[in-house]
Design a protein around this ligand. Structure first.
Ligand SMILES: Cc1cc2nc3c(=O)[nH]c(=O)nc-3n(C[C@H](O)[C@H](O)[C@H](O)COP(=O)(O)OP(=O)(O)OC[C@H]3O[C@@H](n4cnc5c(N)ncnc54)[C@H](O)[C@@H]3O)c2cc1C
Ligand code: FES
Length: 218
């Protein structure tokens, strides 16, 4: 766990509100670990999943409020990390199902484990991506229903998209979910990211962010 500055290498706009930011610096990380980024809009840092883009360290950012808006405008960001438990997939054939902001994480997981990746977006993307893309809610639901022959799934996106995905996929294979809890410290100190699970209270910044869906949902 370190504090560091990240200087922007490239900013790629994927949709009206979603960007990939790559950096000149590299830090070592495990799949789905995240960094906590300082903003001038809040006293708490904000979590963003680590990945790669064109071989560089990268994050994807969907603008939803002042902090994410600030982050895409900066050429230098202050952060600490990597935080969280790295995700180690079980044996067998797996697939990650994610939103466009998770593309850097997906590229990293695909490179390390060779899993399939499916991206679900509400809008067309402005660039070509190396993974199947479905656009719109109906196409996304059809994709989920069509997925067969997998041993595990990893779902990362909005709360609503994750719950819908879990409900459709849970009978087909083991489903892992990266939970979107509010975080303040990212290191297990503030207890702000506590989540009730069937195995007791978990702190997602140190016990997660990825948990088995069935630990949280029935
Ligand atoms: C482990 C982890 C990894 C993440 N990785 C990414 C990533 O790679 N890319 C990315 O774009 N986002 C990621 N997020 C979400 C991101 O941290 C939040 O979108 C961001 O902190 C919002 O800050 P803001 O100031 O723009 O919005 P705020 O002003 O803080 O929030 C605006 C609105 O967004 C909603 N919101 C805010 N934070 C969250 C949250 N954590 N979960 C669900 N809803 C929220 C609330 O409804 C709120 O009213 C991650 C979250 C977690 C927990
Ligand atoms: S964010 Fe502080 S304990 Fe998890």
């Amino acid at each position: 766990m370190e504090n560091f500055s990240l200087t922007r290498s490239e900013l790629v706009q994927l949709t009206a509100d979603t960007f990939i930011i790559s950096f000149n610096e590299w830090i070592d990380f495990e799949p789905i670990q995240f960094i906590m980024i300082e903003t001038e809009t809040s006293i708490v840092r904000k979590p963003f999943g680590l990945g790669r883009w064109n071989g560089k360290l990268a994050i994807g950012v969907q603008i939803i409020g002042p902090g994410t808006n600030y982050i895409v405008q900066q050429s230098v960001l202050e952060a600490h990390g990597p935080c969280g438990k790295g995700f180690v997939p079980p044996e067998g054939k797996g697939a990650m199902i994610a939103t466009p902001a998770c593309l850097p994480m997906a590229l990293d997981l695909h490179k390390r484990y060779g899993c399939d990746v499916f991206i679900g977006s509400l809008e067309e993307l402005s660039i070509e991506i190396p993974f199947p893309l479905v656009v719109g809610d109906e196409a996304f639901l059809n994709l989920l229903r069509s997925l067969e022959g997998y041993d595990w799934f990893l779902v990362i996106g909005s709360d609503q998209m994750e719950k819908i995905s879990y409900d459709i996929l849970k009978g087909k294979a083991e489903v892992f979910v990266s939970f979107n809890e509010y975080m303040a410290c990212g290191i297990g100190a503030c207890r702000g990211c506590a989540k009730e699970t069937k195995n007791g209270l978990k702190h997602l910044c140190i016990d997660g962010p990825v948990l088995r869906g069935e630990e949280v949902w029935s």
